[in-house]
Design a protein around this ligand. Sequence first.
Ligand SMILES: Nc1ncnc2c1ncn2[C@@H]1O[C@H](COP(=O)(O)OP(=O)(O)OP(=O)(O)O)[C@@H](O)[C@H]1O
Length: 314
Amino acid sequence: MTDQVISVQGIKKRYGEHLVLDGLSFHVERGSIFALLGENGAGKTTMVRILATLIKANSGSAKIGGYDTDSESVSVKKLISLTGQYAAVDELLTGEENLQMIGRLNHLDHRTVKARTVELLEQFDLSGAAKKRVSTYSGGMRRRLDIAISLFANPEVIFLDEPTTGLDPRSRKNMWELIRKLANRGVTIFLTTQYLEEADQLADKIAVMNNGKIIETGTSEQLKSIIGKEKLELTFQDQASFDEASKVIKGQINESEKVISVETEGSTESLRRLLNTLHENQIEPVAMHFRKPTLDDVFLEITGKSTKGVSSND
Ligand SMILES: Nc1ncnc2c1ncn2[C@@H]1O[C@H](COP(=O)(O)OP(=O)(O)OP(=O)(O)O)[C@@H](O)[C@H]1O
């Protein structure tokens, strides 16, 4: 039996005339990484705020650890922690002081606060900067401190709202590593992101959101299989060889790039046949490469939109 730590059924949220969430339903398994993927304004933060008991839905139900986020919010709050757009970091304090303050706010005794602070600073690679004011920290260091703070009370579920937005590629990769480590320790991670690659890299399950609705759910591989199998892309040098090739091989044609994409069915036999056919007709491609479907392809397929809003990482 699966162990669902978050379960959401038919959530609707309206701001005035604007239906921001239009009947969202999904569940998240304990210890997994779940990604809510969507472009700016899709409603991701609104969903997180409902789960974190900060706002109420108009209808539907959301439960964490079996507790209702609306009627049992005190119990829900004990299980969760929230980071990201609500950063609780005090700029004027040092990293160490920030952690100690949170420990005291959680009514932990002096010794526990001290030990846990040292442990978290070490774990998040902040020991060297422990006595420096947060105002001197880089973006990546702040995010790490933010997450360290949110882990002080050992939550079961952690919400990471766009954890890498605005970070440089290196800090982003470090953050991914950290998120994986958290998941390995058994914490359930609810991630929102506008980066396809981030969801692809991290999530056990991805829900794609568009205009307040979840339009597709699955593992990264399941979503990619909507698009089909791996393809071999053959590029031809001139129009004549491209035209000849399009007569003898079956595939998806890209006229302007002079590229034909062929599904290879994953077998070397079909590949050999394809190359033989070209060879017998004295057609030689100038370039060949395999291309796996990406989440970009999936997004385009299911929303009919280009990935201008939802973007691949740089
Ligand atoms: N308090 C509010 N009052 C009115 N409209 C709101 C409020 N909060 C959010 N919205 C609207 O709801 C929509 C969804 O916002 P939300 O922040 O949930 O999107 P998002 O997917 O998290 O995007 P972003 O990455 O920009 O935060 C937006 O059109 C936003 O303007």
